[in-house]
Ligand binder design. Structure first.
Ligand code: PLP
Length: 541
């Protein structure tokens, strides 16, 4: 049924903009269910279906925009059937494969407030109080990272000509923003050269006489860095990703490679260290890498998109020691700060840094205005900072500390479980709440230990087994772990591993033991398992 005649349709549009449908409407029911009991809503409506993606695509294969308006309730019904039912229940305590997890319930109501107000943070004229709020939130997180004194924050928190950083949609934009500042700082105006933002990269290279320009990071560097050097005009080849079989960037290697670039007449634009890699959660030696950056005379960026929240913990925050020496830092509030997606931050040690990318326009972002858009990469932006502001108050530093500590300790406990299990192998130990492991039958483990030369033969089979188990587990829909391919110290070639992120505070030890049991059960049904056993029986002859 759709709204057909012209009269009805105008009335329909008027209603759509003004008055919600009655209490009994479908949408009102959904809203009530969502806010009364989200877990129940999800368990009823997000069905763990075996429906294939191809099938689902059939529900979304229209290319024509519908001509006639539709009643809201009718549409809501369709959304439940087509979309919600086949979404992923990221709130499930057994969904432990990615960094997206359950959120505190109050964000649901705040999200409504956010849309209700629909503020645009690009300029004061459409945000007013939201701008000071965002600047305060940036200041709080800046202080968590850099810990300057009261005077510093009094001077810069609301300063029109300075900025402590930017809010943005996520770590990707934050990383691009940080390297954008690094690039513009490197190619500062001098003589006739008006700076790279005016004259471009080619003129900059000529003016400064660089043969090449590089960004150094490790193989664990996030893929957003590749996008960053691409959009910034350096090209993907300029990103040097150094091997890290021990999962962290070796400062000596970084220095050696950096010096080689300088010796060739090149320049290192930035060194990017990771504070919590996406794949294994390892933290690069930040202090040593700060020394390397100083030695190479380059910008130090720390990508702490995921691990930055560890700073809330007095016990584990020290793992990030040296982060305060970074010129810029990326943090994602939508990861371990439990804020809905769309909450990234880039912070700058020097409140002047943002001026490297300051942009003015006539109708907004005027000189001297406090418009946040003047130094941000993005334009129109919503007030996501409110969500972090609320969380920082409702959870407080102590609440966040507890969440972080618990996740880290849960990961340690899970690692112990895996190590104690005869048929699982821990492939990277958790530093934070992320770990990797794989299923390796005990007999195979003995061979890998006793005859390491057979690893090259066994690992490819184990790789296949890991993939097969992971797929089956995902498809059966009870639990989810992700997988990746990693170089680890024990073997010459990369191996496939399960990857687990223990961020959901509701995940229990029972959930974890059940997940292992399910994987073991699945393994036994797979042909790769039989092949392995056959190979093993031959090897031991
Ligand atoms: C998640 C992540 C990013 C990217 O952040 P998005 O919010 O997905 O854009 C960058 N770096 C690291 C280390 C991350 O974990």
């Amino acid at each position: 049924m759709s709204v057909t005649n012209a009269q009805a349709s105008l009335a329909h549009l008027y209603r759509v903009f003004t008055k919600p449908e009655g209490q009994d409407s479908k949408l009102a029911q959904i809203e009530r269910h969502l806010s009364d009991n989200l877990a129940d809503f999800l368990s009823r409506h997000v069905v763990a279906s075996n429906r294939s993606l191809e099938d689902i695509e059939q529900d979304f294969n229209q290319s024509l925009i519908p001509e006639q308006p539709q009643f809201v309730s009718e549409h809501a019904e369709q959304l439940l059937d087509k979309l919600v039912a086949h979404s992923v229940n990221t709130y499930s305590p057994r969904f432990i494969g990615h960094m997206t997890s359950a959120l505190p319930y109050f964000h649901l109501s705040l999200a409504k407030l956010l849309v209700g107000l629909n503020q645009n943070l690009v300029k004061i004229e459409t945000s007013k109080a939201f701008t000071p709020l965002e600047r305060q939130v940036l200041g709080m997180i800046h202080r968590l990272v850099y810990n300057h004194d009261d005077n510093f924050y009094q001077q810069y928190l609301h300063n029109a000509n300075r900025s402590l950083g930017s809010f943005c949609s996520g770590g990707t934009i934050a990383n691009i923003s940080a390297l954008w500042v690094a690039r513009n700082k490197l190619f500062a105006p001098r003589g006739k050269f008006r700076g790279i933002s005016q004259d471009g990269l080619l003129a900059g290279m000529r003016e400064y006489g660089y043969e090449k320009l590089s960004v150094i990071t490790s193989k664990r560097g996030h893929y957003s860095l590749g996008k960053a050097v691409d959009v910034l005009g350096l090209g993907r080849q300029s990103l040097l990703t150094l091997p890290c079989p021990r999962q962290t960037l070796d400062p000596e290697l970084a220095l050696k490679e950096g010096q080689a670039i300088l010796a060739e007449g090149g320049k290192v634009m930035a060194l990017v260290a990771l504070a919590g890699t996406t794949e294994t959660g390892h933290i690069d030696p930040l202090n040593e890498l700060a020394d390397v950056a100083a030695e190479l005379g380059c910008h130090l960026h720390v990508d702490a998109a995921w691990g930055g929240a560890t700073l809330f913990s007095r016990r584990y925050g020290n793992l990030l020691k040296g982060i305060e020496r970074a010129d810029s830092v990326t943090l994602d509030a939508h990861k371990q700060m439990y804020v809905p997606m769309g909450a990234g931050m880039v912070l700058f040690k020097d409140p002047d840094a943002g001026n490297q990318v300051r942009h003015h326009a006539q109708y907004i972002l005027r000189q001297g205005s406090k418009d946040l858009g003047a130094t941000s990469l993005e334009g129109s932006r919503n007030g996501m900072a409110m969500m972090l502001y609320a969380s920082l108050h409702i959870l407080g530093r102590n609440g966040y500390e507890l969440l972080i500590d618990q996740s880290i300790e849960k990961a340690a406990a899970f690692a112990t479980l895996i190590e104690a299990h005869p048929h699982f192998q821990l492939t990277t130990s958790p530093i934070l709440c992320l770990l990797t492991y794989r299923f390796v039958p005990q007999a195979v483990q003995s061979i890998l230990k006793g005859q390491p030369e057979l690893a090259a033969q066994l690992n490819p089979l184990l790789d296949e087994l890991t993939v097969a188990i992971q797929k089956q587990q995902r498809e059966s829909g009870h639990s989810f772990v992700s997988r990746t391919r990693l170089e680890i110290q024990d073997y010459d070639s990369p191996i496939n591993v399960f990857r687990v992120v223990l961020a959901n505070p509701l995940t229990s030890t029972t959930d974890l033991t059940d997940i292992l049991a399910e994987q073991e059960r699945l393994a036994h049904t797979l042909p790769q398992y039989q092949e392995l056993l056959t190979l093993v029986s031959r090897a031991s002859i």
